[in-house]
Ligand binder design. Structure first.
Ligand SMILES: [Zn+2]
Length: 281
């Protein structure tokens, strides 16, 4: 242990500064989303079976809803620009901009160089949960995804139904890419319905039983043409363990809704980021 300096307490007592105050971001227009959603009709649905993933397409200007059905279940979500898989959900920047967990009015941002909103959360039936006494909350952008490599590192063996592999298979099946090619596009997820945090005393990533119940949902507005994949995590409600077949798992429902013609008047899909990419040269 290193020796603390004389002024250690004073240094620790410095107040934090929010890195990216929310009011600096271009604001979404909830009234416009609500108007568009009011007359929207369901155009597609797909089920992510337990310990499997499903891929789905959502054109810009449509809504998609992820629902708990049958029992508490956590979902690992990947999003891509439907026309360019290299533009994908950027969990780390979304965390920096909105915090460790996301809810209504917040956005899922895409990777560089686009860095634009891919989707906006328009409804969250778990919005009441807030931050619990352990520092836990739902829908995190702090976890990565359960994966067979970490499982092998920690436990040995070959487990094929981690979210990473489920998402890889779903993307490969949807696009025709090989598993090896598809795997390179799988990225850190939005942990839908998962309840997580960091312990205050040791700073370790924790999970606890998700508060989600059948009928709960998280709904998004697609800001750009999206390809999505959702894995029903082998951890089930993530109360005990993942990366095994031990937990009770349930399916997740994904539904897509299209607004009426003209309902999005005044809205435009966001352009890619304005930085010129010259990097000083
Ligand atoms: Zn998982």
């Amino acid at each position: 242990m290193t020796q603390a300096p004389q002024d250690a307490d004073a240094r620790r007592a410095v107040a934090p500064v929010i890195c990216y105050p929310g009011d600096r971001l271009p604001p979404p227009d909830p009234a416009l989303y609500a108007r568009a959603r009011a007359g929207a009709e369901k155009v597609a649905e797909v089920i992510a079976p337990p310990r499997e993933a499903a891929a789905f397409a959502v054109p810009a200007g449509q809504f998609f809803r992820i629902s708990s059905i049958e029992g508490p279940q956590v979902g690992d979500l990947n999003l891509w620009n439907a026309h360019d898989l290299t533009e994908r959900f950027y969990s780390g920047k979304t965390r920096a901009l909105h915090g460790t967990h996301v809810t209504t009015g917040e956005r899922l941002w895409s990777s560089f160089p686009a860095l634009r909103p891919m989707a906006t959360i328009v409804e969250d039936t778990l919005g009441w949960y807030g931050i619990d006494e352990f520092g836990g909350s739902v829908h995190d952008v702090i976890g990565t995804r359960c994966d067979p490599y970490t499982h092998n590192l920690l436990s040995g063996g070959q487990y094929h139904h981690c979210c990473h592999s489920n998402l890889t298979r779903a993307l490969a099946d949807h696009t025709g890419l090989s598993l090896a090619e598809a795997e390179r596009h799988v990225h850190d997820v939005l942990n839908v319905f998962m309840c997580t945090g960091f312990t205050r005393d040791t700073g370790q990533y924790f999970m606890k039983a998700s508060p989600v119940r059948p009928g709960d949902y998280l709904e998004f507005f697609a800001e750009i043409d999206l390809l999505g994949a959702l894995s029903a995590c082998p951890g089930g409600d993530c109360s005990a363990e993942h990366s095994s077949d031990a937990a009770t798992c349930h399916p997740l429902l994904i539904e897509v809704f299209a607004p009426q013609e003209g309902a999005l008047e005044g809205w435009a899909s966001p352009p890619v980021n304005g930085y010129d990419r010259s990097h000083g040269r």
